[in-house]
Design a protein around this ligand. Sequence first.
Ligand SMILES: [Mg+2]
Length: 144
Amino acid sequence: MQTCPWSCVVWDLDGTLLVRGGVTPVEGIEAVLAAWAAAGVEMAVATSASTALAREVVDDLGWSGWFVHVAGSGPGVVGKDAVVAEALLGAGWTPDAHTAMVGDSPADVAAARRHGLTAVGVTWSGTPVGALAGADVIWSRVPS
Ligand SMILES: [Mg+2]
């Protein structure tokens, strides 16, 4: 497993950690999460799904121990910018060069940039690389 280049990572859920539109983990992603958590990388989830649903899904998958915070939409928290802000607040992180956001949508890239995070765009759910313009890094496959 490649070493995580960052000390803190915010993950999008749908289409990034989970196969788009469902609750099946993307192949190989659990090995990444396990390895990085074991290496001391702090991780959080920021999803547009409701916070309650996101936490239920993460818990049902047995992933709760890997994340210091799971942030989703809720009253007054709508849109990716807002949920990323919630994730950073909940995790207690001050964004810097050592913090990244990994996601499969243009909104993830935009939110990462807005919050001063390294933007990692993933294409394994079918997002065309051109739609992730502005990302600092593009991952076409899960790190191994
Ligand atoms: Mg997504």
